[in-house]
Design a binder for this molecule. Structure first.
Ligand SMILES: [Zn+2]
Ligand SMILES: [Zn+2]
Length: 88
């Protein structure tokens, strides 16, 4: 029973507290493990941005509520909050 992978989804290891975030999802069956335990998906979902020119991807770790505008290659980065595209 795998839930669909969400871009930016944060997982935490229940044992050591390590946290990871999904920056890119190539499959719908991501199941991160740490310390031999499945990591727990948190309510926390990071907002991702992508540069349309060079393909650089960034995740917003902390948003202080200001108008965030990321620029890469002199163009604004595009927000990637759309769900993972279906595999073609
Ligand atoms: Zn761990
Ligand atoms: Zn760029």
């Amino acid at each position: 029973m795998s839930r669909p992978v969400r871009l930016g989804q944060v997982y935490r290891c229940p044992v050591c507290g390590a946290e990871v975030a999904v920056i890119n999802a190539a499959s719908q069956a991501l199941e991160p493990y740490c310390c031999n335990e499945p990591m727990t998906p948190l309510d926390r979902v990071l907002v991702l941005y992508r540069c349309p020119v060079c393909g650089a991807e960034v995740a917003v770790i902390r948003d202080r509520g200001g108008p965030l505008e990321l620029v890469c290659c002199r163009v604004p980065m595009q927000r990637r909050d759309s769900p993972v595209p279906e595999a073609a």
